[in-house]
Design a protein around this ligand. Sequence first.
Ligand SMILES: C[S@@+](CC[C@H](N)C(=O)[O-])C[C@H]1O[C@@H](n2cnc3c(N)ncnc32)[C@H](O)[C@@H]1O
Length: 264
Amino acid sequence: MAGPARRPLGVVTRGTTNPNRLRRVDNWIVETCGDALRAAADPLVVDLGYGAEPVTAVELRSRLAAAVRSDVRVVGLEIDPVRVAAAQPAADPPGLTFARGGFELAGLRPALVRAFNVLRQYDESEVAAAWATMTGALAPGGLLVEGTCDELGRLGGWVLLDPDGPRSLTLSAKPTTLDHPGQLAERLPKALIHRNVEGEPIHALLRALDDAWRRAAPYAPYGPRQRWLRTVSTVRETGWPVLGRPHGWRHGLLTIPWPAIAPR
Ligand SMILES: C[S@@+](CC[C@H](N)C(=O)[O-])C[C@H]1O[C@@H](n2cnc3c(N)ncnc32)[C@H](O)[C@@H]1O
């Protein structure tokens, strides 16, 4: 006989969302996590905390189905039952369904979890337990992408994790609307947003990016992408272990292994 349903872990928070808000992270997920999803025995993906409307879950499913696996199944989990009920008209079984759940992932064993703008409204001290609960529910080889962005998705940051812990931090800025890289401080993942202070690696990285951006001013006439590219190259030349290649950086991305950026 089944036991009593487990209470979803977490609390209801503001449901702000927007169409295409998560386009930049979704494209990165396709590039970075696509192979893991292709290799998964069950192509199950959880979008945790989709908000007042399920639009970003709908988009995640169509992006993954188009670019990674046509048989992908996305389950949007929300801790707010009102938002679960409101999302039902957008369900398209078996490709997209909505259910109530929290950090425990409602008993699912997904290959991939995207949790965006969820932890932002929690206390920093709650991050480690939330990460451990989510990664503990992953299928073998599974991945978690947890992060934060602004309302339009132009500035953001996310952490890639597996059951062993965080692997990397990615900073994401739309070059055409970026004033300077230090703006990213406002939209760091919860684990880092309060660490932008002297002595912390994330503070040093943002300062290095701002310095390099200033020195890359002569590239501005070639366009903001070229200026960002030059900025990332400079930061790498000064010793930051930037991952990936210029082709990826030019979209306004920068990925650093977690140990280089972990809070002290
Ligand atoms: C700001 S919205 C984010 C919506 C969407 N992910 C986005 O980035 O546009 C945050 C949502 O996460 C939900 N939430 C908060 N904690 C949660 C948890 N532990 N499990 C599931 N949903 C949660 C809230 O109820 C809220 O609807």
